[in-house]
Design a protein around this ligand. Sequence first.
Ligand code: FAD
Ligand code: SF4
Length: 510
Amino acid sequence: MNTLRLILGDQLNSQHSWFTETNENVTYCLFEMRQETDYVKHHIQKVIGFFAAMRSFAEELKSQGHNVIYFKINDESNTQSLVDNLSKLIKDYAIECFEYQLPDEYRLDQQLSEFCNSLDIETNTYDSEHFYTSRYELKDFFEGKKTYLMENFYRNMRKKHEVLMEGKQPEGGQWNYDKSNRKKWKGKPEIPHYKWFINDVSDIVSDIEKADIKTIGHFKTETFSYPINRSQALEQLNYFCEHLLIRFGDYQDAMHTDQVYLFHSRISFVMNIKLIGPKEVIGAVIDYYYDHKTEIDISQVEGFVRQIIGWREYMRGMYWALMPDYKTENHLKNTNKLPEFFWTGNTKMNCLKQSIINSLDNAYAHHIQRLMITGNYALLTQIDPDEVDAWYLGIYADAIEWVQLTNTRGMSQFADGGKIATKPYVSSGSYIDKMSNYCEKCHYNKKEKTTDKACPFNSLYWNFLDDKRDILGNNRRMGMMYSLLDKMDKGQLNSIKERATAIIENPDEY
Ligand code: FAD
Ligand code: SF4
């Protein structure tokens, strides 16, 4: 039967069972489309990365003998709409059967299922064969439970997939080494140089310019440094195992003005577009650990495993368990606008300046910058979660809605009322000072609360707790903070609130 198979831009999984043999009756199609470049304003490096990886994947399939139709962004036959492109190919090639892999995004899932309902030819869907868990596995796991605790899910994943287990017990005797994953980096130990790839993307850059796609962020060279094909992705993974894993856990939460990546893997982009899968990432890390057990401590490895089989699978499961309502949740009723400096880095607050410039320059920030700097500030200043989502969804190369939304709206902004995080991730300047060197060269004083030079986080923090008392006051995990707030001198609280209000009203002046 003459069959058309769609490959979405984040479904570049060459290990998928679709590709085990060639079939002259099967044609694969991939489209660069305005539908995808324009639903939010993306970082220029994100668009480059997707197009580069898609083009490379299409070439790889062709070289293996598969039939491939590829629409570049400026091709005349490209309608720029998924449904219109598919309809056109179905007609032009007299297609008798249409097939696709289940998308990870709700938006595309809806669009494709509606499209299939409108067709009068056979249609079939396939799993993307990427994740450990199926779409609704987490939902079933938590069925009937009051909370969706990540730790419970994670332990079950460790047992089920026999990762770092000794029989029924966790290897090393502990499930979680989170507490030993909180070291500040002070210039030592030395961080190995980053693994850069030299991918010539000049043709893609000129295609993006010609199409006049509106983007954010910077791209300063002709070459693109993220991996864009499977062999580069595997190289990146091996580099992580050989050079970075040994300290990953220790410095997972550390931040530093001279270091963008520290000991992080930089692997999210290639995993999210499925050039490599989580099972092979975990397999490589565990094998390397067992071969180097005398050098690498279990806490480094467990810290990494938790991110992949814990957080990553959990976020995806939560997305499918809670969409579509999740996308509009705003439990804390936040309505402020995102400050202009989120798009420029033009602020006197050094922690924000560093994290935002980092994001604009590299389409990357590591987890703690996303959570405890930009996310923390957005929550303390009570920004509308729609605005926060749009920023996070656009700016990071790895941002795809299933993982961005749950992290941003849920974990970072507490807009889901605690389904993902049991309490809001907020802090004053002292946490930022504890984990980074940002405060050392900041215009503001990390210890002061109400003077002109006082760190804005210090007043924003107490003001947030006070403003949200009606909603958060009964949260048991916030009890200690509220009792400190209750003991605060009323005059001091008033001064704190006055300063916080001034910052919230004119954020770009600080
Ligand atoms: P490492 O620190 O080396 O971690 C290894 C891998 O673990 C990552 O590549 C990632 O696949 C996985 N991982 C770690 N933490 C998480 C998490 N919380 N959720 C899901 N996977 C995780 N990650 C994305 O992939 N896309 C996003 O759009 C995204 N948005 C985020 C927004 C906010 C507000 C926050 C707080 C976190 C977000 N994350 C997102 C999670 C995390 O910050 C990134 O996965 C990580 O920084 C990617 O860099 P890395 O590959 O060097 O990660
Ligand atoms: Fe950020 Fe405050 Fe430290 Fe400045 S003093 S870097 S604003 S936490």
